[in-house]
Design a protein. Structure first.
Lengths: 281, 812
């Protein structure tokens, strides 16, 4: 019962920021999948950028179609109409996914700056799911919106890009911090519900501390009756960390947000690990 | 005329002639006898290797044609070369036309196993190769190259826009360029409006230039993506080619001498390289996994991993249609359900999500495939009864090619895409089994039949009954006993079987070779031996089997005899009557043929020479019977009315006959009745007569003589044998006599008589007790003879007719 209540407290609602980018679609599917496994709700948030309204008010503004390069007038009515279509499309997609995975979902629309609105909405949620970037941010870099949300949010953030799927191996990094513990709890819950193969990487400064944390993790695993592969990683520099992660062939990588490789080398991590990251605050 | 003694009524088989006590001692057992012509035909048919020389084995259904033909062919084919295996594989150029792959004997399954192993090893091998860091890096590098180029272009465009006081922005309606302030924030409407006309004009021109660049950039994006896909595919091919090379090495070596297999392997290898991503996706789908993997990876895999609903790897399988690994010699196939599909093969379909799909793995062989290179034995009647089977068989034999065609496709109103497997060469000898009538009908009505079945293999129904053949017959009996796992027969039982074999032919000088009927008798005799707890089958068991078989079928015969006995059907077996005689007919009802007496009567009056066959008048007479009656008229005219007209009219009838009558075996009896009526000569009713007559008054042989005699004997027995009763038969039928032992016994004791005659005069003498009378040189007959009285009577008719023909009566 204690475990059940913990699961409910940790992940009751998953917020997913949705827009037109394929990364956002991947994020939506990941959010629904996790919600299905963890019996959580999904809330989709579509933010209408305030800039769009301002642009359409400018005199003689034209738009260039992304698909064909055709030129057309950018008018408020056109933008409104396109946004309505976009909202409907996203709603339909949520509906399909919700029905398919038997997940309760809702959708909200907000207007303003995307990062602000997402952070605002996340206060009532337990996890934020984001596409790595928008359509045309430079490769391997976090989009500015995603970066701002990760930096400012106190909720776990799941980020991924198109083509990334949560595979059969779940890897969690445990560094003894509260966010590490929280990440371990989430990972345990997922592993128990989905029978995923769980792998725990224990980090610490020095062998002794690492060993203590490894014992700590073993206790938690025993308590939860979850089998996992526990590896000690005393020196968590970026190179050796990524090497271990690569060899794990992770599906989902759960990391404490305060970890040095996250705070300092997030872009490099994103460029190289090629799996969804769940950053836990 | 000849009164037959008991010894001539049944040609007994003397068991003492055999030098064995029971069939157990017979070592030289055979299963077929007296089929020299058939064997010669089969030797010819199987020996000649030319188109159209297929065999039709014809004979009565009582002959075990199938057993004999199969045994012959199995023996003949044992030394012949065993054909190779036939496989179907995917045609990588056109998957709707699967390719036939001919393999040496037994190697089809070997290739299939190799390919199954390859299919099993392929996904992990590819997965391992495509999960290497090198591959990931190279693939990513390709993607990054394009992405970087695209990013760089956009960044440069954005930078250029900034330098020009504009910003590139993305909206739901597309890209747009908007003016910005010095701090980088967008200008609002008022700020734009406050700009000078020149400044606004300048911004518009700059925007225009940037838009053109953006448009060009967007137009180039699809070709960049195409190029990326091409490069990725090239990379996949390179990796896959390297990865699978080892997998193919062993197969190639195992089949190094077979060029077609090497070509097939080349095609497979090429296809794997072309479809490497689909293969790996398909594997992911088949392996399943946990919810996350299925939900997220599986959806993707389902989209990519299948081709027309079939697993990708199935197309590398080998469908072994015909495997001759275990076949010794040429194959001999008997198809007991020769419908179209079972003959020429078929393409099956699988139902997937409500739709029917197929592929070359679902091609199924027909009997022609299995028999190709050997012999196919079919029941002709069954082939003809199955829709399209006969035409399908002929088409295959005519063309010498075996093509699997779906009837549904051929006759459907809607043309659908289906498989059209590559036809294979057909070298098969077809042996059809059927009855003679069927063979002659096919010869008559199917012009192609004789071109395709040139060899007629005719089963003999009977052989001569002589000492040697009786010995051979015992060997046949022993062979059939062994084949059917029966008790051994003692020699008396064997002798009784031989007698019955003779009775089956209706000829005491012949023995039946219709093994089916003989086998039934042996099995039934064995049953009665079992009932009687006999270790061997004895004479009594055989007798019981014969009697019981008749008893089982004789309900109607007994009913007929009962109605005669009770006087419902009028048959006199004693006394005398004018214009009335007992004829004999046979009835075939199911398994039983039996004889029965019929009262034949004749009435005469003055007339113009007409003889009215009453049966014919009411259309109850067959043509042969009618012919017999007309012969009577010819005989009468020639014998008694050469000098004057036949001035009488007569009517002939089978009394109390309620069914159709055919055959001429009663023509002698009819003539006796007619002569009796003309001459007013009483005929002895104790006799029954059978035989046909010709225009010269000679008595000709008839069929079913044994059954006829026994039928009359049974009637007389029931009414009471007086010692006067008997049957008059044609002399030519003496050789056919194989009568029941009770009839023979009655004759021996003088309670029943059998006479054989050659002429009508002999018959009239027996029936009237008078001399028939030889014709004198002047054409007259001695007085007080039968013929004299008849001629006198006819002369009297002629005179009366002459008197009657006056002008007053309308005659000149």
């Amino acid at each position: 019962m204690a475990e059940e209540s913990e699961k409910e407290r940790v992940l009751r609602e998953i917020l997913v920021a949705v827009d037109t980018s394929p990364h956002s679609h991947a994020a939506l599917e990941a959010a629904v999948t996790l919600a299905h496994i963890l019996e959580a709700n999904v809330k989709g948030l579509f933010v209408e950028n305030e800039l769009w309204g301002r642009l359409s008010d400018l005199p003689v503004t034209t738009s260039i179609s992304e698909l064909t390069g055709e030129e057309g007038p950018l008018e408020r009515d056109t933008v409104e109409e396109k946004m309505t279509r976009l909202r409907n499309r996203i709603r339909d997609r949520m509906h399909d996914l919700g029905q398919h995975y038997q997940v309760t979902y809702s959708m909200e629309t907000a207007s303003g700056k995307v990062d602000e609105k997402v952070l605002e909405a996340s206060r009532r949620s337990d996890l934020i799911t984001l596409g790595l970037k928008g359509n045309y941010a430079k490769r391997g870099r976090l989009g500015s919106t995603a970066r701002a949300i990760i930096r400012q949010s106190d909720k776990p953030v799941l980020i991924l890009e198109k083509g990334m799927y949560v595979g059969t191996v779940l890897t969690v990094v445990y560094d003894g911090s509260p966010s590490g513990r929280k990440g371990l709890a989430i990972a345990l819950q997922i592993a128990k519900n989905d029978n995923s193969r769980l792998s725990v990487l224990v980090t610490g400064e020095g062998d002794k501390l690492t060993e203590e944390r490894r014992v700590e993790v073993r206790d938690v695993l025993d308590r939860h009756r979850v089998f996992a592969d526990v590896q000690a990683m005393p020196h968590a520099d970026l190179g050796s960390f990524m090497d271990v992660v690569y060899r794990q062939r992770c599906g989902l990588l759960v990391l404490p947000k305060g970890m040095e490789v996250v705070s300092k080398y997030l872009d490099s991590l994103l460029r190289n690990v090629k799996c969804p990251l769940l950053l836990v605050s | 005329m000849n009164q037959l003694d008991a010894a001539s009524l049944r040609k007994a088989c003397d068991a003492r002639q055999f030098d064995f006590e029971s069939t157990e001692e017979i070592s030289n057992r055979v299963k077929v006898l007296g089929q020299e012509r058939l064997t010669s035909s089969l030797d010819f048919g199987t020996g000649i290797d030319r188109k159209g020389y297929n065999i039709f084995a014809l004979g009565p259904h009582e002959t075990d044609k199938r057993g004999h033909i199969l045994e012959y062919l199995e023996e003949a084919s044992a030394d012949e070369e065993t054909p190779g295996d036939l496989c179907y594989v995917n045609n990588f150029d056109d998957r709707y036309e699967p390719a036939a792959l001919h393999m040496p004997r037994g190697r089809g399954c070997e290739l299939k196993e190799w390919m199954e192993k390859l299919i099993e090893d392929l996904p992990p091998t590819l997965t391992a190769a495509f999960e290497t860091e090198e591959y990931e890096n190279r693939r990513q590098a390709l993607q990054d190259e394009v992405q970087d180029q695209q990013d760089q272009t956009f960044e440069e465009l954005q930078e250029e826009a900034r330098e020009k006081g504009l910003s590139l922005l993305r909206t739901p309606a597309g890209f747009t360029f908007a003016p910005i302030k010095e701090d980088g924030d967008l200008m609002n409407q008022e700020e734009v409006n406050s700009l000078s006309q020149e400044k606004r004009q300048e911004l518009q021109e700059k925007t225009k230039g940037l838009q053109e660049k953006l448009q060009e950039l967007i137009r180039q994006m699809p070709s960049a993506q195409r190029e990326l896909r091409r490069k990725k595919k090239e990379l996949d091919k390179e990796i896959a080619t390297f990865a699978i090379k080892d997998l193919f090495d062993d197969i190639r070596e195992a089949f190094s001498e077979l060029k077609r297999v090497q070509d097939f392997l080349d095609a497979v290898e090429l296809d794997i390289v072309e479809n490497v991503q689909a293969i790996m996706s398909n594997q992911g789908q088949q392996q399943g996994g946990n919810q996350m993997a299925q939900m997220m990876g599986g959806r993707q895999a389902r989209l990519q991993g299948t081709d027309s609903g079939t697993p990708v790897l199935d197309r590398y399988r080998v469908n072994v249609l015909v495997d001759h690994a275990e076949t010794e010699g040429a194959p001999v196939v008997y198809e007991d359900n020769p419908n179209y599909k079972n003959l020429v093969g078929r393409v099956e379909y699988k139902s997937r999500m409500g739709a029917l799909t197929t592929n070359f793995n679902l091609i199924k062989p027909g009997a022609l495939h299995r028999a190709n290179g050997g012999y196919l034995v079919l029941d002709a009647r069954q082939v003809l009864l199955e829709p399209f089977a006969w035409e399908g068989l002929k088409r295959a034999l005519k063309s010498g090619r075996l093509k699997i065609e779906s009837l549904g496709e051929s006759y459907s109103m809607i043309s659908t895409v289906s498989l059209s497997p590559e036809p294979v060469d057909l070298e098969v000898k077809v042996v059809l089994l059927g009855q003679r009538m069927l063979y002659y009908l096919l010869c008559e009505h199917d012009p192609e039949f004789q071109k395709l079945f040139k060899v007629e293999a005719d089963f003999e129904d009977e052989i001569d009954r002589n000492g040697d053949n009786q010995e051979h017959y015992s060997q046949l009996i022993a062979g059939l006993i062994e084949e059917n796992g029966l008790r051994h027969f003692d020699r008396k039982a064997v002798a009784r079987i031989i007698e019955q074999g003779s009775r089956m032919t209706g000829d005491n000088e012949k023995l039946s070779t219709q093994t089916e009927e003989l086998k039934d008798l042996l099995i039934e005799a064995d049953h009665w031996a079992e009932e009687n707890d006999n270790g061997h089958v004895h004479y009594e068991d055989v007798e019981k089997a014969i009697e019981h078989k008749i008893y089982r079928s004789a309900r109607l015969r007994d009913k007929v005899q009962e109605t005669i006995e009770r006087g419902t059907i009028f048959i006199d077996t004693e006394g005398e009557a004018v214009g009335q005689v007992n004829g004999l007919s046979v009835l075939q009802l199911g398994n039983l043929m039996f004889g029965r007496p019929n009262r034949i009567t004749a009435r005469v009056q003055l007339g113009k020479g007409e003889i009215i066959n009453i049966e014919r008048e009411v259309e109850m007479s067959g043509p042969i019977h009618s012919k017999g009656v007309l012969i009577i008229k010819g005989y009468l005219g020639e014998r008694y009315a050469r000098e004057r007209p036949l001035a009488m009219s007569a009517s002939l009838v089978f009394e109390q006959s309620y069914g159709n009558i055919d055959g001429d075996s009663a023509s002698a009896a009819e003539l006796f009745a007619l002569l009796s009526a003309i001459g007013d000569l009483p005929l002895k009713q104790s006799f029954s007569v059978t035989g046909s007559v010709n225009q010269h008054g000679q008595i000709q042989p008839i069929g079913g003589v044994n059954e006829k005699i026994e039928g009359y004997f049974d009637v007389c027995s029931k009414k009471g044998l007086t010692g006067e009763q008997g049957v008059i038969i044609p002399k030519a039928n003496e050789k056919n006599l194989m009568l029941r032992s009770d009839v023979v016994e009655a004759v021996e004791e003088g309670r029943f008589h059998i006479w054989s005659i050659e002429t009508l005069d002999e018959g009239m003498e027996l029936l009237t007790g008078m001399t028939a009378g030889e014709e004198q040189p002047d054409g007259s007959f001695p007085e007080d003879t039968v013929n004299h009285l008849i001629r006198e009577k006819l002369s009297d008719f002629a005179e009366r007719r002459k008197e009657f023909a006056t002008p007053e009566n309308g005659r000149k």
